[in-house]
Design a protein around this ligand. Structure first.
Ligand SMILES: [Mg+2]
Length: 414
């Protein structure tokens, strides 16, 4: 049966909003009230909803690449892309991907993902293309949820948990943030209720094997200030050769009980990654934030042998590809502990995803808030930042995160 017209769909959403669309298609197939049910159009009205417009907005003050996806039901979904490479991603979305999606059903998320990916494969299967697809894919799932009155986690298959423990992620930029400022940020995180912090050294391949290595001074000061009960993680951001990473990881573990060591070597070098994993059996070697697809994650698992995967929902193609990655990870008994550097849509989407995964690590990343990221939070009616160190699963339809129209209008006008 073909869907009814767009105007009847809009009428349906107005009517269903009066008593909550969730009640119409409620959990466990609960029967709708008789009087209301007779007034409802067939389910095919929902099934036929199509995408009418997709745009990427670059919000400079908020450091946010926001994706807006409109439908012929009058429901709008919101997504986010990674911030790095935003100008390229905006061109990809506005000039290529949007045209491929407009007119298509919002429910065909896997087919649309494959279409966007393979039709544009020559743009590169890693980096900007999956980042751009991620923004659209998250907006699609958000729109589907708003349409049905259900949160995304329910559409993804239901939850294993309703909250995820967050760790505070603090950047050091190879020493450009002082030891004192880093320790202060760590202490603020603990005061907010976090039981874990990550010190991001941001060494990078082109500063390989820094000498002297500033990492130890930061970690020693943080451990002294935080005591023994707080988990301290170190992100080398690809800054070591395998031999040096093994020495460093061992020293960090033995002296300051660093049990999570992220990207110790280049994430493009799985052979070296495997050497580190094999040598540091008592440390969680975490990697995957720059793996954008299931194939890269497969290589990281099989060749790099990492113990814990940290892909990012706004980089690795959104919910659809991340779900495939999770299924792959379960085959190898590898937990997922999502990378997450943004405090609104990315955070909400990450919690929805991790709530639905059977194999997860203890934590999820949450960024130390800069003024731009605080400004981003003010764009939305709900604030999904951690409470007492935990990120709670949003309960509203879609992502459970509603832009504030006035704040968004002002941000778009800047
Ligand atoms: Mg990292």
């Amino acid at each position: 049966m073909r869907p009814s017209s767009a105007s009847s769909r809009r009428r349906f959403f107005r009517e269903s909003a009066l008593w909550g669309a969730a009640a119409v298609f409620g959990a466990a197939g609960a029967a709708a009230p008789k009087a209301a049910a007779s007034a409802l159009p067939a389910l095919s009205s929902v099934a036929g909803v199509k995408i009418t417009r997709i745009r990427c907005h670059i919000l400079q003050q908020q450091a946010m690449a926001l994706v807006e996806l409109e439908t012929d039901a009058g429901v709008t979904g919101w997504g986010e892309c990674a911030w790095d490479g935003r100008a390229v991603m905006k061109r990809m979305i506005d000039d290529f991907l949007a045209k491929e999606c407009v007119g298509q059903s919002i429910h065909d998320v896997r087919r649309l993902w494959d279409w966007m990916f393979y039709e544009n494969h020559d743009l590169g299967p890693g980096g900007a293309l999956p980042n751009a697809i991620a923004g659209i894919d998250i907006a699609l799932w958000d729109a589907k949820g708003r349409l049905l009155g259900l949160p995304v986690w329910q559409l993804l298959g239901g939850r294993y948990r309703d909250k995820v423990e967050a760790y505070g992620s603090i950047q050091v930029r190879r020493g450009r943030v002082s030891v004192e400022d880093c320790v202060r940020s760590c202490q603020e995180a603990v005061q907010l209720g976090y039981k874990a912090v990550k010190i991001r050294m941001q060494i990078r391949e082109h500063f390989l094997n820094l000498e002297p290595d500033p990492t130890f001074a930061y970690v020693a000061a943080a451990r002294k200030a935080l005591g023994d009960d707080i988990v301290i993680m170190v992100d080398a951001n690809n800054g070591y050769s395998a031999a040096r990473a093994i020495q460093t990881g061992l020293k960090l573990y033995e002296n300051w009980n660093v049990t999570y060591f992220e990207d110790p070597v280049s994430d493009q070098n799985n052979a070296e990654m495997a050497q580190v994993v094999d040598a540091l059996q008592r440390v969680n070697i975490v990697a995957g934030e720059k793996c954008y697809t299931r194939w890269q994650i497969r290589d990281l698992i099989v060749q790099g042998r990492v113990g814990m995967l940290n892909p990012d929902v706004i980089k690795a193609g959104g919910f659809t590809e991340l779900d495939r990655i999770h299924h792959l990870a379960t085959c190898f008994q590898k937990p997922i502990q999502l990378h997450n550097s943004r405090p609104t849509i990315s955070t909400a989407a990450s919690v929805h995803a991790m709530a639905t995964y059977s194999q997860v690590g203890r934590f999820i990343e949450y960024p130390h808030l800069t003024p731009e990221l605080e400004a981003q939070i003010r764009l939305f009616r709900q604030d999904v930042r951690p409470r007492d160190g935990w990120l709670h699963l949003p309960t509203g339809p879609g992502l459970g995160l509603e832009p504030d129209p006035a704040a968004l209008r002002a941000a778009l006008a800047e």
